[in-house]
Design a protein around this ligand. Structure first.
Ligand SMILES: [Zn+2]
Length: 409
């Protein structure tokens, strides 16, 4: 049967193929003409319509469409997506059309009904259906459900936008530079996955930041904002110390955001998530001192405890955090950034706290603990002197030897 079919088809190939191509070409032409005609009428019909969205933060977004329309309107639908949600919502808008044909349509989106997350981008577009069943879709527009209690200044460079308040005109540029440095640091120590685009909001105080989240039905939890919001929310309280504050907070929050986007459903070991966020931030002398004292007093926490039983009690928790950063820094010094990236990849792939470490370093947890403690032990004074002055000592010794050889001749 196959042979017979092939046989009857082949002789007619040239003619059949040509006719098929002509038909296809005509179909394409008709389609292109059709699409052009439709979009032409669409743009003619809708180009005088004005679409807008009014955000009242903490309460609602009012979407409005107004303008002249020559046909009789039967229905107006609003389509919108919130944040990165995969599928749009559709709602019927209230609408009216006067005798002159002017349409006004609106839809009030309440915060509670849509669970609008703070700072979410809302993409929206209107679809108008006419009495004779024609549909016209307007171009997509975007609005941001942002905290409107402040006059935000803004500065954009490529995919990064900084929003801040107050009179310090240079703060935006400072923050942009810190974002750039943080991205470079994170590219070295985390698996690939840049957060882009990136919006950073700098609040004038922690209280304002917290109030902003609470107005939108959220809060700061354990000193952190929810990375699922997809934006960086930080504070710069004092203009004089703003840069120092941002050197701590931006890399820290960006680490959490990047890790979240790499594995939204993965629960990372606490010591790793916090440790790597602190490692990415400006070094904290107080934390280094905490570790040095605990090592000297032989009061460090066993590594296994960071994995299985991270302390709750504030002093112990502080030491555990300091040890977490110190462990990651030791891994970085002895095995390189590549080891940190591998550790991150293993954890993001769901490896257990212990397995991530033992597989990355090819050592047992006990041996890792010993190696880390060894690395913390203070160097004897003569060794420090030698490492710092070794080259000079070598040069002096060399010249002295040379001198002896010359004198003996
Ligand atoms: Zn953190």
């Amino acid at each position: 049967m196959m042979n017979a079919l092939n046989f009857t088809w082949l002789p007619g190939y040239n003619f059949g193929m040509k006719r098929w191509i002509y038909t296809l070409a005509i179909v394409c032409l008709v389609m292109v003409w059709g699409v052009t005609a439709v979009s032409a009428t669409t743009s003619l019909q809708t180009e005088n319509l004005t679409s807008r969205a009014d955000v009242t933060y903490g309460k609602e977004i009012l979407f409005e469409l107004t303008g002249p329309f020559t046909e009789t309107v039967a229905q107006v639908d609003l389509f919108f997506t919130i944040g990165s949600a995969p599928s749009p919502y559709t709602v019927k808008a209230n609408f009216a059309q006067d005798e002159a044909g002017v349409v006004t349509a609106s839809y009030l989106l309440k915060r509670e009904s849509a669970e609008l997350p703070p700072f979410a981008e809302v993409r929206y577009w209107w679809v108008i259906r006419t009495a004779d069943s024609q549909t016209y879709q307007l171009p997509e527009a975007i609005t941001t459900y942002r905290d409107d209690r402040f006059e935000w200044r803004s500065l954009t460079d490529h995919d990064v936008t900084i929003y801040w308040t107050g009179s310090d005109a240079g703060l935006g540029q400072t923050a942009l530079e810190i974002v750039q440095e943080s991205r470079e640091t994170l590219d070295a120590i985390l698996p690939p996955g840049n957060v882009s685009p990136l919006n950073v909001y700098i609040y004038p105080s922690t209280g304002d930041l917290r109030a902003g989240l609470r107005l939108a039905g959220r809060d700061v939890v354990d000193g952190h904002t929810d990375p699922a919001l997809g934006v960086l929310l930080v504070t710069a309280v004092n203009p004089i110390t703003a840069a120092t504050e941002l050197h701590q907070s931006i890399p820290h929050a960006l680490t959490h955001l990047r890790l979240y986007q790499l594995g939204p459903t993965v629960e990372l070991p606490y010591w790793y998530a916090e440790g790597i966020a602190l490692l990415a931030s400006a070094p904290d002398e107080a934390m280094a001192d905490l570790v040095a004292t605990a090592v000297a007093d032989q009061e460090t926490l066993p590594l296994l405890q960071l994995c299985t039983n991270f302390p709750d009690e504030p002093d112990q928790a502080e030491l555990a955090l300091a040890q977490s950063v110190s462990l990651l820094r030791t891994i970085q010094t002895q095995f390189g950034d590549q080891a940190l990236r591998q550790l991150g990849s293993l954890y993001l792939a769901g490896a257990s706290c212990e397995a991530g470490l033992t597989q990355t370093l090819d050592m047992s947890l006990v041996d890792i603990n010993v190696a880390w403690l060894d690395a913390q032990a203070p160097q004897p004074a003569w060794l420090t002197f030698l490492t710092e002055n070794g080259l000079w000592l070598l040069l002096v010794a060399g010249s002295f030897g040379l001198l002896v050889l010359i004198l003996r001749r």
